[in-house]
Design a protein around this ligand. Structure first.
Ligand code: ATP
Ligand code: MG
Length: 420
């Protein structure tokens, strides 16, 4: 990724007005600020700014997956019907899965999820208990014919998913890995500046058992969460036996209902997929058993939308520092040759300090530049102007006061701010 970009050259500048055909706050803000562009309901292009944020989210996730010891790989999205028929999900998922014949008349589908394919691959390559446990993940676009794709990046019909799959010889091993993944999910969300609750939810088309969802409380959410403000007990209303106003089963406080955005979902699949696909391993005593499996999903695109929903103000987006598209939004207000040189020197020093910079070098008023900087929402802003002598103005997007300091102090300050 380029570490220095001029706003004058950037593809995807701000629009004066929010888009007329978007009802969700995240899509309005992201489109107006030049991060995304809508192609049709639930299908978006990530413009250069948006792609930087999406990639930053994926990097946060990737680091955690690698730390779990999972290996990254990449499966195809285009898949034959036969593999889905083995588990009965060609029919079960027919409402949501894009399914169609190719020119030869063969039925194919676009992946809505990947349990069938991963189990098929692992079946070919895992034979012994010595190969276990195994954890594989990918970050890839999924396709789902979502009936209500009106929530911007929160509900796409083509959307990015990180999906991790783990394979174990026994339940105990599965449980301990599952708990490690849950902890790593919580640290992903907290790195992204999101407060996520881990709650019990339905198993979906995967399993009859419950699954664990990660929910961010927000009015933009489509899920209803039964929630105890005293002890943080929470369940998806799909499975909750209690209702809002009723007593909390854990602490007897009074339950309330809140809306949540499901940002992650993890499932103990057991042997559902390995049984139907015939993925087995040989134990140390020579006996044969089906692999014990779990799957773990997280939505990088939905996370971008969720961050925007919970982190914005009347002026625009407020990016958390972990995923800000650039670390410094440098606003150049001076026009003289001497001043231009000063700006170049500052950019050079920032780059040397390892900071990424978006430089607003346009011929435009201070008002226009500040308004755009707020709308784009980069975490730290620096202003260089003739009137300030050798002092720069440094401002953190979600703080109201700015600070004046010289160039080297400013770079030090911003560097430390990101390192914290
Ligand atoms: P929902 O109930 O919101 O439709 P789901 O339970 O069907 O989601 P999963 O199959 O659990 O979704 O997918 C794993 C993760 O992928 C979700 O937790 C979410 O972060 C993301 N995700 C799922 N569907 C979408 C979508 N349509 N657009 C964007 N992200 C999605
Ligand atoms: Mg889910």
């Amino acid at each position: 990724m380029k570490s220095f970009v001029r706003y004058s050259e950037l593809f995807g500048k701000t629009f004066r007005q929010p888009p007329k055909d978007e009802s969700s706050r995240n899509a309005q803000l992201l489109e107006q600020a030049g991060f995304i562009s809508k192609l049709m309901a639930g299908v978006y292009t990530y413009l250069p700014l948006g792609l930087r944020v999406l990639n930053a989210v994926k990097d946060v996730i990737r680091r955690e997956m690698d730390a779990l010891g999972a290996q990254e790989f990449y499966m195809p999205a285009l898949q034959p019907k036969e593999i889905w028929e083995k588990t009965g999900r060609w029919k079960d998922l027919s409402d949501i899965m894009y399914q169609f014949p190719d020119h030869s008349g063969r039925q194919v589908g676009l992946a809505a999820t990947h349990e069938e394919v991963i189990t098929h691959i692992v079946k070919q390559r895992i034979t012994s208990y010595k190969d276990l446990p195994l954890a594989l993940y990918q970050i890839q676009d999924k396709f789902r014919d979502e009936p209500r794709a009106k929530s911007g990046l929160i509900r796409g019909r083509e959307f990015s998913m990180k999906d991790l799959y783990s394979f174990h010889a026994d339940e105990k091993d599965l449980d301990s890995f599952y708990n490690r993944v849950a902890a790593s999910y919580l640290s992903i969300f907290s790195r992204l500046g999101l407060q996520a609750l881990m709650i019990e939810a339905a198993g979906g088309s995967f399993t009859k058992r419950f699954s664990d969802e990660f929910q961010v409380i927000s009015d933009a959410g489509e899920d209803r969460i039964i929630y105890c403000p005293s002890c943080h007990f929470a369940q998806n209303s799909e499975i909750a036996e209690q209702k809002a106003g009723g007593p909390c089963p854990k602490c007897h406080g009074s339950l309330s209902e809140k809306k949540g955005i499901e940002v992650g979902n993890i499932f103990k699949l057991g042997t559902k997929f390995s049984d139907s696909i015939g993925a087995t391993f040989t134990a140390s005593d020579g006996s044969t058993h089906p692999l014990i499996m779990a799957s773990y999903g997280i939505g990088p695109g939905r996370l971008v939308g969720t961050i925007v929903e919970v982190s914005n103000d009347a002026q625009g987006i407020i990016w958390p520092k972990s995923v800000t598209p650039f670390q410094i939004h440098l606003v150049q207000l001076s026009k003289g040759l001497e001043e231009k040189k000063k700006t170049e020197r500052l950019v050079h020093d920032c780059l040397n300090a390892g900071l990424t910079i978006l430089l607003d070098d346009r011929v435009a008023s201070a008002g226009v530049k500040f308004k755009d900087a707020d709308m784009v929402g980069i975490t730290a802003r620096m202003v260089i102007s003739t009137s300030n002598e050798n002092q720069l103005e440094v401002k953190i997007r979600n703080e109201s006061a700015s600070k004046k300091m010289n160039a080297s102090q400013a770079i030090e300050f911003v560097k430390n701010y990101y390192a914290e």
